[in-house]
Design a binder for this molecule. Structure first.
Ligand code: CP
Length: 310
């Protein structure tokens, strides 16, 4: 059986997403049942960017499943500089059972997956953040139950998280309104592909430049930082472009009463979201963060669990 990677939610079918969520339900209900699920397996964590949630949740997740992980900082592997991505992929495949890569350019994930003989998981690239979006949708499913007919409004930068949420919402029949400033829209091909999937699943994806229009009557409001890692030099320009896209109490009033507030974290309080909103009673940001652990454990079991060593 060919190895399976997790590069983008766009590569998953609606059924595969549901299977990950059903396994996550079981993992959350009785973690002890899975304490040897990945016994003897090792996961390499190649991180070219900083991380709290992604690194710690994969590390702890492997431990809880009976396996272990090896963290490789930017200075250690120096992917593509000290040695080619293909050589690193082939070498690591002789030692470990799976690889998580957090990198700047999405093409690095694709190249690693092409040459690795073990499953590769995208731990964030400039194009997508699949583990985040899966944990986010799982969190909404936990809080709101059935997703069909519900709507998520994404307010902010049409970045990697937004791309992955578009793919994910389409696959679970959750409507998604995306509000970005002009010039900061999500990837056009992602939007069109996700919209076609959503249409087939009975959901609707819409783009606007008005945060007020996007959040009117919605069940969930989601935002992310205005300048992602690697865009620090653009921070001043972006602050100007995004100044009307802050998630604050005034904007929240336009959503459904009790609408969930989501953020993938880390957050810049007072910029994309105000302190009172992120710390308010509707905020589920730490449930999202916790669910990174549970959903990724399900992904790890699915990808690494049925493979017989190297
Ligand atoms: N949301 C997220 O990926 O967090 P980290 O950057 O801390 O991993």
């Amino acid at each position: 059986m060919p190895k399976k990677d997790l590069i983008s939610v766009g590569n998953l079918s609606p059924q595969e997403v549901e299977e990950i969520f059903l396994l996550t339900d079981k993992l959350k209900a009785d973690a002890a049942d899975f304490k040897s699920a990945l016994a003897g397996k090792t996961l390499a964590l190649i991180f070219q960017k900083p991380s709290n949630r992604t690194r710690v949740s994969f590390d702890v997740g492997m431990y809880q499943l009976g396996g272990n992980s090896v963290y490789l900082s930017p200075g250690e592997i120096n992917l593509g500089v000290r040695e080619s991505i293909s050589d690193a992929a082939k070498t690591l495949s002789r030692y470990v059972d799976g690889i998580v890569l957090r990198t700047f350019e999405h093409k690095n994930v694709l190249e690693l997956a092409k040459y690795a003989e073990v499953p590769v998981i995208n731990g964030l690239s400039d194009f997508s953040h699949p583990c985040q979006a899966l944990a986010d949708i799982y969190t909404i499913r936990e809080k709101l139950g059935a997703l069909k007919g519900k709507t998520l409004a994404y307010v902010g930068d049409g970045n990697n998280v937004c791309n992955s949420l578009l793919y994910a919402c389409a696959r679970v029949s959750l409507n998604m309104n995306t509000a970005t400033p002009k010039g900061y829209e999500p990837d056009g091909a992602v939007f069109e592909s996700a919209r076609a999937t959503a249409f087939g699943c009975g959901a609707k994806l819409q783009l606007t430049h008005s945060p007020q229009e996007a959040v009117a009557g919605v069940d969930v409001i989601y935002t992310d930082v205005w300048a992602s890692m690697g865009q620090e030099k653009e921070a001043a320009k972006r602050e100007k472009a995004f100044k009307d896209f802050q998630v604050n109490a005034k904007l929240l009033k336009l959503a459904k009463k009790g609408a969930l507030i989501m953020h993938c974290l880390p957050a810049h309080r007072g910029k994309e979201i105000t302190e009172d909103v992120i710390d308010g009673k509707n905020s589920v940001v730490f449930d999202q963060a916790e669910n990174r652990l549970h959903v990724q454990k399900a992904v790890l079991i699915k990808l690494l669990g049925n493979r017989n060593g190297r």
